[in-house]
Design a binder for this molecule. Structure first.
Ligand code: ANZ
Length: 846
């Protein structure tokens, strides 16, 4: 008999599905374990190897924890609202619901073909009215709490997509989705007040076990800075220009001001002579993204407005400039420029020949550096002792940075010229999209502008049927075209009302799906309180690092709001989180051909050759995101090598969190291991006799795999299984009990093959709930070695110690030994000759 993966995998997938093997109850005597994947957007291209990586990791944990006696929640669903389905609809006229359904069917089939142990009865889709009813309900809670408001906002408008995008969806002035250019436009929008939670979103990171790098990304994104607001006055217009600074202690060094080009006071302050230049500059900047504008090594540009302002600490008049390095979205959109101590200001001052006044003496620095700073030739962002900072009743001279900050803030406050302030980089969350395929807002607007939220009995509010999904391009959503849906008579008040024609962004549905998985069929509530108490928090969440700020910040925000409303009982939703590394592809080129089939490539000593022509090739690493991996799809790999081999390979490639290079050939190595396992388990050498040696191998394997799974080191667990096979198959007989242990160690990784062997071993039930083997300590003890101890060449004794001890340990054991110690005590040791695992010869000083 040969290992027939197709027959075995189909058989067990059917068995699990027919028997609902992985159905999970919301009540149990067992402890709970909630292990969650970042659910996929069901794209038209199907599953890719990146999905398979993360989903295999969580499936290993789910299967392992079941075998450890936990009640495991391991669900799967679809983040199925989104732009691509709508764009497909625009191109083909297919209703997004139709293409989404087809894509979901394909994803489900693919996931099942990988043998993931999901409770399929809990499958959800964010685009399903029975789901988004509750997304809409949560919006009403946000609104009631004053956390949803409408405002005219300068937004990122993408003409090609016909919609507004969140800052997070824009990169280098282009839409992340599709790379279309994005411009800034004012539009009336729904906005969520995520900034009200900024501090808690930072603080509560202390409560969770997440990678430090990921926590740092969130903290930087929120970008909390403590400093002061300082008021500068423009004497002709009497306008007050408020700046935000983290270094109010450098105020005496503020030699000019810079406003963001879009700052509302720019037109007021600009003099007639400078107007033309200012307006031309404003036009140039309008199309640039914040990222382009703040790129550090760009030459600074800007224009003088003609206006001046009074520096409040010394009454000096400083020129007011505009420049794109000052962003309207940060602080107050206005800065005091301190070229002596801020790099950006220093560069700007150099380009435009503006005065540089140092206000700190870097006393600790080397003399040349110090002189350059004091002469205004070098920018010094570090600390020092304050100088040149005295006027009237305020003197900072001689103070350290911290002391000067305190003193100047106190003075500003007292004189009403400023006050302590904290700012955040985080902006409120722009929550409207001008599209079709998403959640409509659950509210009605009266003619006087007032709003009525829809009640639970009026939800879900479904979008109207449409034949043309195109946005109108003028910033209006396609829903605006359906007059009879937009303008109605409110059945509750009888008044004329308007529906909101924008929809929610795709992030809305994924903000709370982990809650719905606990109670997916509840049609009375979004989830039942007891069920939430039982399952939350999510114990383990695995997904890509690309969600570090967007999804994870939004979901934490909603969770905290729900906590404040009393709907969830934990402060944080995801207790432990791990990232999976990117899987990248290597592509090959030579001078004559751009594309070379990786199957035609042979590697020799780190170099790559074309097997057809013998030519040496160059190679390149690139991101693999689509279903095509060097021309091979997961479906094809499953067909040829099997799901178990693919699962094993993706885990064997390297540590979960690291970047890894895909290599289809290496899948066959994993497949060969599975062949050998199968041959071993079905061999005639399987016997009821046991041997100590085999038991030792079995216990060590189970122990090692257990430790590796618990620390998510799946690659080393697999290496241990391979080593085990090498040793174990050398034995004359394979004790059944050890074959059983090895099968259970393999089961989380290659569950189909494991079930098949389990059946062969005579068990009738699935091994999914068979308890993981108990380890007997005695088999883990290292092998024991007898050491011979000589002193000055004479045999003085023997003792036993575990194998592979160091010289120090063996010498110490000799010192403690009841018989040997008398020969060494109080003597000086001249030399030690140590033969590992054999002999210790001590030469005493004569
Ligand atoms: C004077 C100063 C002197 C500053 C100095 C820094 C160093 P972080 O620390 O990243 O929060 N700033 C304020 N608003 C800005 C805006 N709208 N666009 C660009 N830059 C802005 O940054 C706070 C500092 O960034 C502020 O402190 C301000 O420059 C600048 F030796 O004020 B500082």
């Amino acid at each position: 008999m040969k290992y027939d993966h197709q027959q075995i995998e189909a058989k067990w997938q059917k068995f699990w599905l027919d028997n609902k093997t992985f159905k999970t109850e919301n009540k149990s005597e067992k402890p709970k374990y909630y292990v969650l994947d970042m659910f996929p957007y069901p794209s038209g291209s199907g599953l890719h190897v990146g999905h398979v990586e993360g989903y295999t990791a969580t499936d290993i944990l789910a299967r392992y924890m079941r075998a450890k006696g936990y009640n495991v929640l391991h669900p799967m669903g679809w983040d199925s609202f989104g732009l691509p389905a709508e764009q497909y609809a625009i191109r083909t006229g297919t209703h997004p619901a139709q293409s989404t359904k087809e894509n979901i069917d394909n994803f489900r089939r693919q996931l099942r073909s990988l043998g993931f142990s999901y409770d399929w009865d809990r499958e959800i889709a964010t685009s399903d009215p029975s789901y988004y009813k509750w997304t809409q309900w949560i919006f009403t809670k946000l609104y009631e709490k004053g956390l949803a408001y409408e405002a005219e906002m300068l937004v990122n408008f993408c003409p090609a997509l016909g919609t507004v995008l969140a800052n997070e969806e824009v990169e280098n002035g282009k839409a992340k989705e599709g790379g279309h250019p994005v411009e800034r436009r004012p539009l009336r929008q729904w906005i969520l007040k995520i900034t009200a939670y900024a501090d808690r979103l930072i603080q509560d990171l202390d409560l969770v076990d997440w990678p430090e790098s990921l926590k740092k990304l969130q903290i930087n994104w929120i970008g909390k800075s403590e400093g002061a607001h300082v008021y500068f006055m423009e004497p002709t217009t009497k306008e007050i220009l408020t700046v935000f600074t983290t270094r109010p202690d450098t105020l005496f060094g503020a030699t000019y001001m810079v406003l963001a080009p879009e700052h509302p006071l720019v037109p007021r302050i600009t003099t007639p002579e400078q107007r033309e230049a200012v307006e031309e500059y404003q036009r140039q900047v309008a199309s640039k993204s914040d990222l382009d504008r703040t790129e550090l090594n760009r030459e600074k540009t800007g224009v003088f407005t003609g206006g001046y302002a009074i520096n409040p600490v010394n009454g000096k008049s400083v020129p007011i400039w505009i420049s794109d390095y000052v962003l309207m979205t940060v602080g107050t959109g206005a800065i005091m420029a301190v070229p002596a101590h801020d790099e950006r200001d220093f560069e700007f001052a150099q380009v435009f020949q503006l005065p540089i006044v140092p206000v700190y003496d870097p006393k600790e620095e080397e003399e040349i550096v110090r002189q350059d700073v004091l002469n205004g030739k070098k920018c010094w962002p570090g600390t020092g002792i304050a100088i040149n900072s005295e006027h009237g009743d305020l003197s900072l001279n001689g103070l350290t940075v911290e002391e000067a900050k305190r003193a100047v803030i106190e003075w500003l406050d007292l004189n009403k010229k400023g006050k302590a302030a904290t700012t955040y980089k985080l902006r409120d969350w722009l929550f409207s999209r001008q599209r079709y395929w998403g959640e409509p807002f659950p509210l009605l607007k009266f003619e006087d502008g007032s709003i009525r939220l829809l009640g639970e009995d009026e939800l879900p509010l479904c979008p109207p049927e449409l034949s043309d999904y195109k946005p109108s391009g003028d910033g209006q959503s396609p829903l605006a075209k359906v007059k009879e849906w937009v303008e109605i008579t409110d059945p509750k008040t009888g008044k004329k009302v308007f529906r909101e024609t924008n929809i929610m962004p795709q992030w809305a549905g994924s903000c709370w799906y982990y809650l719905r998985f606990c109670d997916p069929h509840n049609d009375q509530q979004a989830w039942n309180a007891d069920v939430e108490k039982y399952w939350l928090p999510v114990d383990m969440y695995v997904g890509g690092v690309e969600h570090a700020v967007l999804h994870l910040l939004y979901a934490r925000f909603w969770h905290k709001v729900l906590y404040d409303c009393g709907y969830v009982h934990t402060l944080e939703p995801f207790q432990t989180l791990r990232n999976q590394g990117l899987i990248v592809a290597r592509s090959y080129q030579n001078s004559s051909r751009a594309y070379i089939d990786p199957n035609d490539v042979q590697e020799r000593e780190g170099k790559f050759f074309d097997v057809r022509t013998g030519e040496e090739l160059t190679s390149q690493i690139e991101k693999m995101s689509k279903s095509k991996l060097n021309g091979v799809t997961p479906d094809e790999i499953i067909q040829e090598y099997g799901a178990d081999a693919l699962r094993l390979y993706e885990m064997f490639m390297g540590p979960l969190e690291k970047e890894k290079i895909w290599n289809t050939d290496a899948v066959s190595g994993c497949r060969r291991f599975l062949n050998r396992f199968y041959d071993m388990a079905f061999s005639e050498k399987v016997s009821n006799e046991v041997s100590e040696e085999a038991l030792r191998m079995g216990h060590r394997l189970v122990h090692g795999v257990k430790k590796d799974i618990e620390s998510l080191q799946f690659n080393t667990a697999i290496a241990k299984m391979m080593e085990f096979m090498n040793e174990f198959t050398k034995l004359p007989l394979y004790p059944r009990i050890v074959v059983r242990m090895a099968t259970q160690a393999l089961a989380p990784f290659a569950p189909h093959l494991a079930e098949e062997v389990w059946q062969q071993l005579g068990y009738e039930d699935s091994l999914a709930y068979a308890l993981f083997p108990e380890i007997e300590e005695k088999y883990l003890q290292d092998e024991v070695i007898t050491y011979v101890v000589q002193i000055n060449g004479k045999l003085r004794g023997r003792f036993e110690l575990p194998k592979d001890q160091t010289q120090e340990t063996v010498l110490e054991a000799a010192r403690q030994h009841p018989h040997i110690k008398q020969f060494i005590e109080g003597k000086e040791i001249n030399k030690v000759i140590f033969v590992p695992n054999k002999l210790l010869n001590i030469v005493l000083a004569s």
